[in-house]
Design a protein around this ligand. Sequence first.
Ligand SMILES: [Cu+2]
Length: 229
Amino acid sequence: MSHNIDFHAVTGPGGGAASLNTEPGEESKLRFKAINAGLYFYHCATASPSIPEHIANGMYGGILVEPVGGLKKVEKEFHVVQSEFYTKPGKKGDTLEFSFDNGLAEHPSHVVFNGSAGSLVKNPLTAKVGDTIRMFYINAGPNLVANWHVIGEIFDRVYPEGSLITPPLQNLQTTVVPAGGSSMAEFKVEVPGTYINVDHAIFRIAKGAVGLIKVEGAEQPDIYKNLLK
Ligand SMILES: [Cu+2]
């Protein structure tokens, strides 16, 4: 089938999709000037069989347009994409078929980070005590609004909806990320341990929306101390 790409960072028809529709075996090219800094979503927007079907099957990612001069250096940068899959029922191990009806009903079978349930549990993100982590968070949807939270941490700075040129909000626990949108957060990890990235619409953990951030380093009893140890 044919595909294209709608880059939310592109100013022009379809975010590029109007110039990028590509049949199997063919090639398309587009030049654009990134005139608006921000953290953007991109996705396939081919109408055959339907735009949501292309997005729901995983055709998306993130594109960062840094402000002039670039973002300040931090020790760690991570890119996480949250998304849903809509499938017909099946047994474990089966290849599950797409369900348009479940998409219409906004009833996902899976809510995942970086493309598969538990991907960031099998391959945790890692950092050291004292590092500042910058996370680029894209919500591909296609339907759900994400309620992004890291259990055990507080976002020092949040750039809501991926606005990188607006002063950040400070000391947030949970931030909403719209479908087809983004958020960026920075937080220093002061205490060693395992932190858990979730969508705090918390039943979604059972659908796959859980990821780990492992922080190594010396204990910091002035900040966190188990009093029975
Ligand atoms: Cu496509």
